[in-house]
Design a protein around this ligand. Structure first.
Ligand SMILES: C[S@@+](CC[C@H](N)C(=O)[O-])C[C@H]1O[C@@H](n2cnc3c(N)ncnc32)[C@H](O)[C@@H]1O
Length: 241
């Protein structure tokens, strides 16, 4: 079977260039997010852990930037509990001739004993899926040696006080796997509470104009009312132990 037809059989989350003009048709415009996370250009000799890697775009990018070892972990999407699978990660790894390692592991099972400690850790788009976000950040802190790069959905941006919206059902993006929408103040404070000593917001929050566009698009598509989405967006933090 040729690469294009193999690619067409997978439900992709990430858009990954696999070479020869083949780009995986992910629902996520992943390349546009790359510059926002400010991944170091040179990762030579660094060990990297990508927590919640899904199809592995950021793991493969870390390897491309010279990381000496990359471990991709995930649970929900890889075990097929949602609409995703691990097929995309495995196909992309093979097509790219990558040596990225993989491990099926829940965030709450991360520890120096289970995976070791990594120079750089990615925790991208996972925090708001955590029912116990502070506990998750403590686990992530325990395996971070130099730098954590974390992106997350934010809400409650009407106040600078650390605050969070709670979604007991599917209030955020109609997705029942979204639990929390902390605001930027809460995200920084949570990272510090988990043990990080220096936290920088390197991108976001999403400008009001973009949030308004998202709100209108969702409303026209029969989705949520516009007002709550105006308080929502995304940020990226770099945190150091
Ligand atoms: C929105 S996707 C983000 C994927 C990728 N990190 C990115 O930024 O494009 C959220 C990921 O978190 C993973 N995830 C959710 N809950 C998890 C858990 N308890 N343990 C490990 N991974 C989890 C999902 O399987 C999914 O791959």
């Amino acid at each position: 079977m040729n690469l294009r037809s193999e690619v067409s059989k997978v439900n992709w989350y990430h858009s990954i260039p696999l070479g020869d003009g083949v780009v995986t048709p992910g629902v996520d415009d992943t390349p546009s997010r790359l510059s926002k996370i400010h991944m170091p250009d040179d990762l030579s000799g660094k060990t990297v852990l990508d927590v919640g890697a899904w199809d592995g775009f950021f793991s493969f990018e870390a390897e491309r930037r010279g990381a000496s070892r990359v471990l991709a972990t995930d649970s929900f999407s890889w075990t097929g509990e949602g609409w995703g699978t691990k097929d995309g990660f495995e196909l992309a790894r093979r097509a790219l001739g990558s040596r990225v390692e993989d491990r099926e592991l829940d965030v709450l099972d991360l520890s120096p004993e289970t995976v070791g400690v990594f120079d750089v850790v990615f925790f991208l788009g996972v925090l708001y899926h955590m029912k116990h976000p502070l506990l998750a950040l403590e686990r992530v802190f325990s395996v971070t040696r130099e730098l954590l790069i974390m992106s997350t959905f934010v809400d409650a941006t009407w106040t600078r006080r650390p605050a969070a919206a709670f979604y007991p059902r599917a209030e955020a993006n109609s997705d029942p796997t979204n639990w929390w929408g902390p605001n930027p103040g809460a995200v920084v404070a949570m990272l510090e509470t988990a043990g990080f000593t220096r936290v920088d917001v390197v991108d976001g929050p999403t400008p009001l104009r973009s949030r308004l566009k998202v709100g209108i698009r969702r409303r026209l598509g029969g989705g949520a009312p516009i007002l709550p989405t105006l308080w929502q967006g995304a940020i990226v933090c770099h945190a150091r132990p």
